[in-house]
Design a protein around this ligand. Sequence first.
Ligand code: B12
Length: 284
Amino acid sequence: MYTVKQVSSLTGVSEATLRVWERRYKVVEPSRSSSGYRQYDDEQVAVLRAMVALMSSGVPASTAAETVRTTGTDWTGRDGMPELPTLVEAAITADPQELDAVLTTAFAGDSFEAVVDAWLPVALRQLGEAWEAGAISVAQEHFASFAVLRHLATQFEMADPGDGVPVLVGLAQGGRHELMLLAFAVCLRRRGVNAIYLGADVPVEDWEGMALLAGARAAVIGVHLGDEVEAAQNVVDRLSALRPPVTVRVGGSLRHEIQRARPLEDAVSSAAGSLARELRAGAA
Ligand code: B12
């Protein structure tokens, strides 16, 4: 039997995404240990790997889940499945239309929330692995990640921001990994929260200036690499010292390194949902 942590490293799918797949798509139902922890067997790991393989070939999460639920790992005889390349393969071809087709198909196959929780992190991690392994160049990685950024930005524009108290969303100085943060901002807007997106690499003084100008009472930052922690901590400390204070929430893999700020959940749509509920309840 495997723990959720072991399954995460065997499949390349984060623990949060595994839980989302279980809850939303019922792909596998792990048993529980006597202390309540999830336990997966070999067959369940194989099913999850099949789900990843299908999604990597451009199949939307909901369709991939239905396929592996009905055919297990034996989905070779699938009919009508789009034979699309992965984000990595599209990057390798350097063909903008192929890249656009991968993104359009992924986002058309499910709700925006489901795609950014399930498909997007897997696709981005594969892109990172390909770059690290030297299978794609920096140019090809930028070509693909900028297309993702454009796609998310379009969704941001399309979502109604509402006229509530603004929430600032961005990265501290030095931070440049903004894709999941922008996906989070889109999820917030789709829930009627007036998210103001500041983007990457924002100096701490400008966070303060923007908070005062916009009258924001809450802000969200992402922290991903060790050398961003200090700048992110500065943003938290300076914003919470403003009068009235601006409460800061932190997402990203190093969120637990930041003091005096509440960490958000890993899955961006659930995190946006929790924050939206707190804001409505006046607790944020
Ligand atoms: C695209 C990309 C870039 C783009 C970013 C473009 C953009 N506009 O965002 C660019 C080219 C700028 C870039 C630059 C660099 N990158 Co880069 N990049 C990536 C890549 C391929 C995807 C990043 C991404 O969006 N990941 C999203 C998810 C998949 O990452 P995650 O951290 O697991 O996030 C999860 C949660 O934390 C959550 N989450 C994330 N953010 C947020 C925010 C909120 C609010 C919430 C609620 C949740 C949340 O969502 C995910 C779901 O589980 C990754 C590969 C990877 N494995 O991530 C490398 C990667 C992160 N990059 C890496 C590196 C080394 C760099 C550079 C140092 C390269 C260089 N030598 O210049 C620079 C550093 C830039 C900087 N100062 O920040 C390494 C980091 C290794 C490490 N941990 O130290 C990675 C892992 C690649 C690799 N395999 O080596 N990169």
